[in-house]
Design a protein around this ligand. Structure first.
Ligand code: CAA
Length: 380
Protein backbone atom coordinates (compact mmCIF):
# COMPACT_ATOMS: atom_id res chain seq x y z
CA UNK A 1 0.00 0.00 0.00
CA UNK A 2 1.33 3.42 -0.91
CA UNK A 3 0.43 6.56 1.04
CA UNK A 4 -0.04 9.63 -1.09
CA UNK A 5 -0.61 12.53 1.26
CA UNK A 6 -3.01 15.34 0.45
CA UNK A 7 -1.82 18.94 0.40
CA UNK A 8 -3.66 19.51 3.66
CA UNK A 9 -1.90 16.57 5.36
CA UNK A 10 1.48 17.80 4.14
CA UNK A 11 0.71 21.32 5.41
CA UNK A 12 -0.09 19.89 8.86
CA UNK A 13 3.18 17.94 8.84
CA UNK A 14 5.16 21.01 7.81
CA UNK A 15 3.53 23.20 10.47
CA UNK A 16 4.35 20.60 13.15
CA UNK A 17 7.92 20.34 11.82
CA UNK A 18 8.41 24.13 11.95
CA UNK A 19 7.01 24.28 15.46
CA UNK A 20 9.22 21.43 16.66
CA UNK A 21 12.39 22.87 15.12
CA UNK A 22 11.83 26.50 16.04
CA UNK A 23 9.89 26.40 19.31
CA UNK A 24 10.57 23.03 20.95
CA UNK A 25 14.18 22.32 20.06
CA UNK A 26 15.90 25.31 21.70
CA UNK A 27 14.88 24.41 25.28
CA UNK A 28 14.52 20.64 25.05
CA UNK A 29 17.79 19.73 26.82
CA UNK A 30 17.18 22.22 29.62
CA UNK A 31 13.62 20.95 30.20
CA UNK A 32 14.96 17.39 30.35
CA UNK A 33 17.66 18.30 32.89
CA UNK A 34 15.28 20.24 35.15
CA UNK A 35 12.21 18.04 34.54
CA UNK A 36 10.34 21.16 33.46
CA UNK A 37 6.92 20.92 31.80
CA UNK A 38 6.85 22.92 28.52
CA UNK A 39 3.93 25.11 29.66
CA UNK A 40 4.49 28.00 27.24
CA UNK A 41 5.28 25.66 24.33
CA UNK A 42 2.14 23.56 24.95
CA UNK A 43 0.07 26.75 25.12
CA UNK A 44 1.34 27.70 21.67
CA UNK A 45 0.78 24.16 20.41
CA UNK A 46 -2.83 24.43 21.59
CA UNK A 47 -3.30 27.79 19.90
CA UNK A 48 -2.13 26.21 16.65
CA UNK A 49 -4.84 23.55 17.05
CA UNK A 50 -2.60 20.55 17.80
CA UNK A 51 -4.31 19.47 21.05
CA UNK A 52 -7.67 18.81 19.42
CA UNK A 53 -6.58 18.14 15.86
CA UNK A 54 -9.32 15.68 14.96
CA UNK A 55 -12.18 17.35 16.82
CA UNK A 56 -15.11 18.66 14.78
CA UNK A 57 -14.64 22.42 14.13
CA UNK A 58 -18.06 23.04 15.70
CA UNK A 59 -16.40 22.18 19.04
CA UNK A 60 -13.33 24.27 18.26
CA UNK A 61 -11.20 21.48 16.79
CA UNK A 62 -9.16 21.18 13.62
CA UNK A 63 -11.39 18.63 11.87
CA UNK A 64 -8.32 16.77 10.62
CA UNK A 65 -7.93 13.06 10.01
CA UNK A 66 -5.88 10.50 11.93
CA UNK A 67 -3.27 10.30 9.16
CA UNK A 68 -2.50 14.00 9.74
CA UNK A 69 -2.27 13.22 13.45
CA UNK A 70 0.38 10.54 12.81
CA UNK A 71 2.37 12.95 10.64
CA UNK A 72 2.23 15.69 13.28
CA UNK A 73 3.05 13.30 16.14
CA UNK A 74 6.14 12.11 14.28
CA UNK A 75 7.45 15.66 13.82
CA UNK A 76 6.84 16.69 17.44
CA UNK A 77 8.25 13.41 18.83
CA UNK A 78 11.40 13.65 16.71
CA UNK A 79 12.39 16.71 18.73
CA UNK A 80 10.56 16.51 22.06
CA UNK A 81 8.88 13.31 23.21
CA UNK A 82 7.66 14.99 26.42
CA UNK A 83 5.56 17.53 24.55
CA UNK A 84 4.42 14.73 22.26
CA UNK A 85 2.88 12.67 25.07
CA UNK A 86 0.95 15.70 26.33
CA UNK A 87 -0.34 16.17 22.78
CA UNK A 88 -1.21 12.48 22.40
CA UNK A 89 -3.17 12.31 25.67
CA UNK A 90 -5.14 15.47 24.82
CA UNK A 91 -5.98 14.33 21.29
CA UNK A 92 -6.50 10.61 21.65
CA UNK A 93 -7.54 9.91 25.21
CA UNK A 94 -9.40 13.04 26.23
CA UNK A 95 -10.74 14.74 23.09
CA UNK A 96 -11.57 11.57 21.19
CA UNK A 97 -13.21 9.98 24.24
CA UNK A 98 -15.32 13.06 24.95
CA UNK A 99 -16.29 13.64 21.34
CA UNK A 100 -17.20 10.02 20.66
CA UNK A 101 -19.02 9.16 23.88
CA UNK A 102 -19.80 12.47 25.63
CA UNK A 103 -23.18 14.21 25.43
CA UNK A 104 -23.71 17.66 23.92
CA UNK A 105 -23.33 19.50 27.23
CA UNK A 106 -20.10 17.64 28.02
CA UNK A 107 -18.71 18.41 24.58
CA UNK A 108 -19.47 22.11 24.89
CA UNK A 109 -18.26 22.40 28.47
CA UNK A 110 -15.22 20.10 28.57
CA UNK A 111 -14.18 19.17 25.04
CA UNK A 112 -14.31 22.58 23.35
CA UNK A 113 -11.83 24.38 25.68
CA UNK A 114 -9.26 21.61 25.12
CA UNK A 115 -9.84 21.56 21.37
CA UNK A 116 -9.41 25.36 21.28
CA UNK A 117 -6.13 24.98 23.19
CA UNK A 118 -7.34 26.81 26.29
CA UNK A 119 -7.13 23.82 28.62
CA UNK A 120 -5.21 20.58 28.96
CA UNK A 121 -6.79 17.19 29.67
CA UNK A 122 -5.69 14.05 31.52
CA UNK A 123 -6.81 10.41 31.43
CA UNK A 124 -6.75 8.61 34.78
CA UNK A 125 -6.91 4.84 34.67
CA UNK A 126 -3.71 3.49 36.25
CA UNK A 127 -3.54 2.80 39.97
CA UNK A 128 -0.92 1.34 42.31
CA UNK A 129 -2.57 -2.08 41.81
CA UNK A 130 -4.21 -1.60 38.42
CA UNK A 131 -1.93 -0.68 35.54
CA UNK A 132 -2.14 -3.52 33.04
CA UNK A 133 -4.98 -5.27 34.87
CA UNK A 134 -7.39 -2.44 34.21
CA UNK A 135 -10.50 -4.19 35.54
CA UNK A 136 -9.06 -4.22 39.10
CA UNK A 137 -9.96 -0.60 39.84
CA UNK A 138 -9.71 0.25 43.53
CA UNK A 139 -10.87 3.85 43.10
CA UNK A 140 -14.56 3.94 43.95
CA UNK A 141 -17.38 6.14 42.68
CA UNK A 142 -20.20 5.48 45.10
CA UNK A 143 -23.67 6.26 43.72
CA UNK A 144 -25.29 8.86 45.99
CA UNK A 145 -28.35 9.64 43.91
CA UNK A 146 -27.62 12.96 42.24
CA UNK A 147 -23.83 12.58 42.48
CA UNK A 148 -20.96 10.10 42.84
CA UNK A 149 -18.61 10.15 45.81
CA UNK A 150 -15.14 9.55 44.41
CA UNK A 151 -12.36 8.05 46.57
CA UNK A 152 -8.99 6.62 45.62
CA UNK A 153 -5.57 7.21 44.14
CA UNK A 154 -4.40 7.30 40.53
CA UNK A 155 -0.75 6.86 39.58
CA UNK A 156 1.57 7.98 36.77
CA UNK A 157 -0.94 10.44 35.35
CA UNK A 158 0.35 12.35 32.34
CA UNK A 159 -0.46 16.10 32.52
CA UNK A 160 -1.19 15.48 36.21
CA UNK A 161 -0.65 19.02 37.47
CA UNK A 162 -1.09 20.96 34.24
CA UNK A 163 -4.54 19.62 33.28
CA UNK A 164 -7.86 21.23 34.15
CA UNK A 165 -10.11 18.40 32.92
CA UNK A 166 -9.55 14.82 34.12
CA UNK A 167 -11.35 11.69 32.96
CA UNK A 168 -11.27 9.30 35.91
CA UNK A 169 -12.12 5.60 35.72
CA UNK A 170 -13.65 4.25 38.94
CA UNK A 171 -15.61 1.29 40.28
CA UNK A 172 -19.23 1.93 41.22
CA UNK A 173 -20.56 -1.60 41.67
CA UNK A 174 -17.87 -4.18 42.45
CA UNK A 175 -20.27 -7.11 42.09
CA UNK A 176 -20.77 -6.24 38.44
CA UNK A 177 -17.00 -6.42 37.75
CA UNK A 178 -15.95 -4.43 34.68
CA UNK A 179 -19.63 -3.67 33.96
CA UNK A 180 -19.76 -1.74 37.24
CA UNK A 181 -17.03 0.74 36.23
CA UNK A 182 -17.74 4.39 35.29
CA UNK A 183 -15.81 7.17 33.55
CA UNK A 184 -16.28 10.52 35.31
CA UNK A 185 -15.18 14.01 34.35
CA UNK A 186 -13.40 15.80 37.19
CA UNK A 187 -12.48 19.46 37.15
CA UNK A 188 -9.45 21.03 38.71
CA UNK A 189 -10.40 22.69 41.98
CA UNK A 190 -13.17 20.26 42.99
CA UNK A 191 -13.14 19.86 46.75
CA UNK A 192 -11.21 16.79 47.88
CA UNK A 193 -9.19 16.49 44.66
CA UNK A 194 -5.46 16.69 45.42
CA UNK A 195 -2.61 16.66 42.92
CA UNK A 196 0.02 14.56 44.67
CA UNK A 197 3.68 13.84 44.20
CA UNK A 198 5.44 14.45 40.89
CA UNK A 199 7.39 11.47 39.53
CA UNK A 200 11.15 11.86 39.00
CA UNK A 201 11.48 9.85 35.80
CA UNK A 202 14.20 8.25 33.68
CA UNK A 203 12.82 9.73 30.45
CA UNK A 204 10.15 12.07 29.08
CA UNK A 205 11.28 14.23 31.99
CA UNK A 206 9.51 17.31 30.62
CA UNK A 207 6.20 15.47 30.88
CA UNK A 208 4.23 16.27 34.00
CA UNK A 209 3.53 12.90 35.68
CA UNK A 210 1.74 12.84 39.03
CA UNK A 211 -0.15 10.81 41.59
CA UNK A 212 -3.72 12.09 42.01
CA UNK A 213 -5.74 11.65 45.19
CA UNK A 214 -9.52 11.79 45.50
CA UNK A 215 -10.98 12.20 49.00
CA UNK A 216 -14.78 12.27 49.02
CA UNK A 217 -14.95 14.27 45.79
CA UNK A 218 -18.59 15.00 44.93
CA UNK A 219 -18.99 14.46 41.20
CA UNK A 220 -22.32 15.49 39.66
CA UNK A 221 -24.11 12.69 37.79
CA UNK A 222 -24.04 14.78 34.61
CA UNK A 223 -20.25 14.33 34.59
CA UNK A 224 -20.56 10.59 33.89
CA UNK A 225 -19.62 9.62 30.32
CA UNK A 226 -22.18 7.28 28.75
CA UNK A 227 -24.56 4.94 30.53
CA UNK A 228 -23.99 3.62 34.03
CA UNK A 229 -21.32 0.88 33.83
CA UNK A 230 -19.88 2.00 30.48
CA UNK A 231 -16.54 3.13 31.96
CA UNK A 232 -14.45 0.04 31.17
CA UNK A 233 -15.53 -0.15 27.54
CA UNK A 234 -15.01 3.60 27.29
CA UNK A 235 -11.44 3.12 28.56
CA UNK A 236 -10.71 0.18 26.23
CA UNK A 237 -11.98 1.91 23.11
CA UNK A 238 -10.25 5.16 23.97
CA UNK A 239 -6.96 3.39 24.64
CA UNK A 240 -7.33 1.58 21.31
CA UNK A 241 -7.07 4.90 19.45
CA UNK A 242 -4.51 6.19 21.92
CA UNK A 243 -2.18 3.43 20.81
CA UNK A 244 -1.95 5.08 17.38
CA UNK A 245 -0.71 8.22 19.14
CA UNK A 246 1.89 6.43 21.26
CA UNK A 247 2.98 4.26 18.32
CA UNK A 248 3.57 7.49 16.41
CA UNK A 249 5.44 8.96 19.36
CA UNK A 250 7.74 5.90 19.48
CA UNK A 251 8.22 5.96 15.70
CA UNK A 252 8.92 9.71 15.88
CA UNK A 253 11.56 9.27 18.59
CA UNK A 254 13.24 6.64 16.40
CA UNK A 255 12.93 8.84 13.32
CA UNK A 256 14.51 11.76 15.22
CA UNK A 257 17.39 9.57 16.42
CA UNK A 258 18.00 8.40 12.86
CA UNK A 259 18.11 12.02 11.60
CA UNK A 260 20.63 13.01 14.28
CA UNK A 261 22.81 9.92 13.74
CA UNK A 262 22.78 10.34 9.97
CA UNK A 263 23.83 14.01 10.20
CA UNK A 264 26.58 13.14 12.67
CA UNK A 265 27.86 10.30 10.48
CA UNK A 266 28.40 12.80 7.66
CA UNK A 267 30.40 15.18 9.86
CA UNK A 268 32.48 12.89 12.03
CA UNK A 269 35.66 11.47 10.51
CA UNK A 270 37.65 8.45 11.66
CA UNK A 271 40.45 6.65 9.88
CA UNK A 272 40.56 9.44 7.29
CA UNK A 273 36.90 9.44 6.15
CA UNK A 274 33.37 10.32 7.29
CA UNK A 275 32.10 7.51 9.46
CA UNK A 276 29.08 6.74 7.22
CA UNK A 277 31.66 5.59 4.65
CA UNK A 278 32.58 2.74 6.99
CA UNK A 279 30.35 -0.21 6.29
CA UNK A 280 29.89 -0.88 10.02
CA UNK A 281 28.08 2.48 10.31
CA UNK A 282 26.34 2.38 6.91
CA UNK A 283 24.77 -0.99 7.80
CA UNK A 284 23.54 0.37 11.11
CA UNK A 285 21.93 3.30 9.29
CA UNK A 286 20.33 0.91 6.79
CA UNK A 287 18.79 -1.16 9.60
CA UNK A 288 17.56 1.94 11.41
CA UNK A 289 16.02 3.41 8.26
CA UNK A 290 14.25 0.14 7.42
CA UNK A 291 12.74 -0.16 10.87
CA UNK A 292 11.58 3.47 11.02
CA UNK A 293 10.02 3.09 7.57
CA UNK A 294 8.15 -0.08 8.58
CA UNK A 295 6.94 1.50 11.83
CA UNK A 296 5.73 4.61 9.98
CA UNK A 297 3.73 2.48 7.54
CA UNK A 298 2.15 0.57 10.43
CA UNK A 299 1.13 3.79 12.18
CA UNK A 300 -0.30 5.22 8.97
CA UNK A 301 -2.13 1.98 8.23
CA UNK A 302 -3.84 1.94 11.63
CA UNK A 303 -4.72 5.63 11.26
CA UNK A 304 -6.06 5.13 7.76
CA UNK A 305 -8.32 2.27 8.95
CA UNK A 306 -9.60 4.52 11.73
CA UNK A 307 -10.30 7.31 9.23
CA UNK A 308 -12.29 4.87 7.09
CA UNK A 309 -14.38 3.75 10.04
CA UNK A 310 -12.89 0.23 9.99
CA UNK A 311 -11.86 -1.76 13.07
CA UNK A 312 -8.26 -0.84 13.86
CA UNK A 313 -7.81 -2.49 17.28
CA UNK A 314 -5.24 -5.06 16.16
CA UNK A 315 -3.43 -2.74 13.75
CA UNK A 316 -3.06 -0.06 16.44
CA UNK A 317 -1.73 -2.64 18.92
CA UNK A 318 0.72 -4.01 16.33
CA UNK A 319 1.89 -0.50 15.41
CA UNK A 320 2.39 0.33 19.09
CA UNK A 321 4.22 -2.93 19.80
CA UNK A 322 6.52 -2.68 16.79
CA UNK A 323 7.23 1.06 16.98
CA UNK A 324 8.11 0.92 20.66
CA UNK A 325 10.40 -2.09 20.11
CA UNK A 326 12.28 -0.46 17.21
CA UNK A 327 12.53 2.81 19.15
CA UNK A 328 14.77 0.93 21.63
CA UNK A 329 16.98 -0.43 18.87
CA UNK A 330 17.21 2.74 16.78
CA UNK A 331 17.95 5.09 19.69
CA UNK A 332 20.57 2.70 21.11
CA UNK A 333 22.25 2.46 17.71
CA UNK A 334 22.16 6.25 17.41
CA UNK A 335 24.10 6.49 20.69
CA UNK A 336 26.55 3.86 19.43
CA UNK A 337 27.16 5.74 16.18
CA UNK A 338 28.00 8.84 18.22
CA UNK A 339 30.47 6.91 20.39
CA UNK A 340 31.44 8.88 23.52
CA UNK A 341 29.57 11.98 22.28
CA UNK A 342 26.37 9.97 22.29
CA UNK A 343 26.63 9.51 26.03
CA UNK A 344 26.49 13.23 26.80
CA UNK A 345 23.40 15.42 26.79
CA UNK A 346 24.46 17.92 24.15
CA UNK A 347 24.02 15.42 21.30
CA UNK A 348 20.35 14.60 22.09
CA UNK A 349 20.54 10.86 21.44
CA UNK A 350 21.04 9.78 25.07
CA UNK A 351 17.76 11.59 25.93
CA UNK A 352 16.03 9.91 22.99
CA UNK A 353 17.24 6.52 24.26
CA UNK A 354 15.81 7.25 27.73
CA UNK A 355 12.58 8.67 26.28
CA UNK A 356 12.05 5.64 24.06
CA UNK A 357 11.75 3.21 26.97
CA UNK A 358 8.41 4.49 28.25
CA UNK A 359 6.73 3.74 24.93
CA UNK A 360 7.02 0.02 25.77
CA UNK A 361 5.26 0.64 29.07
CA UNK A 362 2.44 3.19 28.89
CA UNK A 363 -0.91 2.86 27.14
CA UNK A 364 -0.43 -0.84 27.62
CA UNK A 365 2.92 -2.60 27.94
CA UNK A 366 4.29 -4.60 25.00
CA UNK A 367 2.86 -7.66 26.72
CA UNK A 368 -0.63 -6.08 26.75
CA UNK A 369 -0.33 -5.36 23.03
CA UNK A 370 0.49 -9.03 22.49
CA UNK A 371 -2.65 -10.01 24.44
CA UNK A 372 -4.76 -7.73 22.23
CA UNK A 373 -3.10 -8.98 19.02
CA UNK A 374 -3.25 -12.67 19.90
CA UNK A 375 -6.91 -12.43 20.95
CA UNK A 376 -7.61 -10.81 17.60
CA UNK A 377 -5.86 -13.64 15.73
CA UNK A 378 -7.76 -16.31 17.63
CA UNK A 379 -11.06 -14.52 16.94
CA UNK A 380 -10.35 -14.32 13.17
N1 CAA B 1 -13.37 -2.15 22.73
C1 CAA B 1 -14.56 -2.37 23.31
N2 CAA B 1 -14.74 -3.26 24.32
C2 CAA B 1 -13.65 -3.92 24.73
C3 CAA B 1 -12.37 -3.73 24.18
C4 CAA B 1 -12.26 -2.79 23.12
N3 CAA B 1 -11.09 -2.55 22.51
N4 CAA B 1 -11.50 -4.53 24.81
C5 CAA B 1 -12.20 -5.21 25.74
N5 CAA B 1 -13.50 -4.83 25.69
C6 CAA B 1 -14.61 -5.33 26.49
C7 CAA B 1 -14.83 -6.82 26.26
O1 CAA B 1 -15.67 -7.06 25.15
C8 CAA B 1 -15.47 -7.23 27.55
O2 CAA B 1 -16.84 -6.89 27.57
P1 CAA B 1 -18.00 -8.00 27.76
O3 CAA B 1 -17.64 -8.76 29.00
O4 CAA B 1 -19.24 -7.19 27.87
O5 CAA B 1 -17.92 -8.86 26.55
C9 CAA B 1 -14.81 -6.33 28.57
O6 CAA B 1 -14.31 -5.19 27.85
C10 CAA B 1 -13.69 -6.99 29.31
O7 CAA B 1 -12.76 -7.43 28.35
P2 CAA B 1 -11.65 -8.51 28.66
O8 CAA B 1 -12.28 -9.71 29.31
O9 CAA B 1 -10.89 -8.72 27.39
O10 CAA B 1 -10.78 -7.75 29.75
P3 CAA B 1 -9.43 -8.18 30.44
O11 CAA B 1 -9.55 -7.96 31.89
O12 CAA B 1 -9.01 -9.53 29.96
O13 CAA B 1 -8.40 -7.05 29.93
C11 CAA B 1 -6.83 -5.95 28.54
C12 CAA B 1 -8.14 -6.79 28.62
C13 CAA B 1 -6.63 -5.78 27.03
C14 CAA B 1 -5.64 -6.67 29.13
C15 CAA B 1 -7.08 -4.58 29.24
O14 CAA B 1 -7.15 -4.70 30.63
C16 CAA B 1 -6.01 -3.54 28.91
O15 CAA B 1 -6.02 -2.98 27.82
N6 CAA B 1 -5.11 -3.28 29.86
C17 CAA B 1 -4.07 -2.24 29.69
C18 CAA B 1 -4.56 -0.93 30.20
C19 CAA B 1 -3.65 0.18 29.79
O16 CAA B 1 -3.43 0.41 28.62
N7 CAA B 1 -3.16 0.94 30.78
C20 CAA B 1 -2.38 2.11 30.51
C21 CAA B 1 -2.94 3.30 31.23
S1 CAA B 1 -3.33 4.73 30.33
C22 CAA B 1 -1.88 5.52 29.98
O17 CAA B 1 -0.82 4.97 30.04
C23 CAA B 1 -2.03 6.92 29.51
C24 CAA B 1 -0.81 7.76 29.56
O18 CAA B 1 -0.53 8.39 30.55
C25 CAA B 1 0.04 7.92 28.37
Amino acid sequence: MEFKFTEEQLAVRDAARDFAQNVLKPGVIDRDIHAKFPAEEVKQLGELGFLGMMVDPKYGGGGMDSVSYVLAMEEISKIDASTAVCMSVCNSLVCWGLETFGNEDQKNKFLAPIARGEKIGAFCLSEPEAGSDATSQQTTAEDKGDHYLLNGTKNWITNGSSASVYIVIAQTDREKGHRGINALIIERGMEGFIVGEKEDKMGIRGSDTHTLIFNDVKVPKENRIGEDGFGFKFAMQTLGGGRIGIASQAMGIASGALDVALAYSKERKTFGKEIHRHQAIAFKLADMKTQVHAARLMCLNAASLKDQGEDYTQEAAMAKLYSSEIAQFVTTEAVQIHGGYGYVREYHVERMMRDAKITQIYEGTSEIQKIVISRGILKD
